[in-house]
Design a protein around this ligand. Structure first.
Ligand SMILES: [Zn+2]
Length: 206
């Protein structure tokens, strides 16, 4: 698909770790039922906790797998923290944070992922250069759809519905029981009503 294809890109993070290794099956079923493509940013800890689901999702052409890090740390060469989580401390730790999970994703899909989003979505400039030198595109977001799966459904609907063509929406698929899936149902309906379309992430982004 050309980079200029119109549409909103949905990206779903699966963070793993304590309180974060669940699977929002309602969210995944919704995307499949409505055939809305999404890029799934999988953390190594989430894959380790959900090996058969990860395999199932890898086989579905609706979804593209992307790298959400190995231990879910902010990507830094100085140990800078974000949201109270200590970042990687040097280039070696940056490399490990990217490449341990890169190998796991490659094993699951048969090809290397194209995108990287660190835990907390924070990365400093040197770390971003390392991401690129490893052949990956660092990906942020322009619309915070579910506040880390903390928003109630009406807030998810309101926030996701703000997205227009060219936007990258971030949601979470690892915390079922929140408002993400229920809120997205109504957002998709409203967006489709006004003619919005959905696309995978473009090949080049930032
Ligand atoms: Zn995350």
């Amino acid at each position: 698909m050309p980079a200029t294809a119109p549409g909103v890109a949905l990206t779903i993070d699966f963070c793993g770790g304590p309180n974060g290794t669940g699977a929002d099956l309602a969210l995944l079923a919704l995307l499949r039922q409505q055939q809305v493509p999404a890029t799934l940013f999988l953390n190594w800890r989430w894959i380790t906790a959900n090996p058969s689901l990860a395999k199932d999702l890898a086989a579905d052409p609706l979804f593209e797998f992307a790298n959400h890090g190995t231990t879910h740390r902010p990507l830094s060469v100085t140990g800078r923290s974000a949201y109270g989580i200590t970042g990687t401390a040097n280039p070696g730790e940056v490399y490990d944070e990217i490449m341990t999970n890169d190998a796991r994703l490659t094993e699951l899909t048969g090809h290397r992922p194209r995108y990287f989003r660190p835990g907390t979505a924070y990365l400093d400039e040197v770390a971003a250069d390392i991401v690129r030198s490893l052949g990956l595109v660092p990906v942020g977001f322009s619309v915070n759809g579910d506040g880390g799966a903390t928003f109630p459904a009406p807030t998810v609907t309101r926030e996701v519905s703000r997205a227009h063509t060219g936007d990258i929406v971030i949601l979470h698929g690892n915390r079922p029981g929140g408002g993400t899936a229920a809120g997205l149902v109504r957002a998709l309906a409203a967006m489709k009503d006004r003619g919005e379309t959905f696309r995978p992430l473009p090949k080049e982004t930032s």
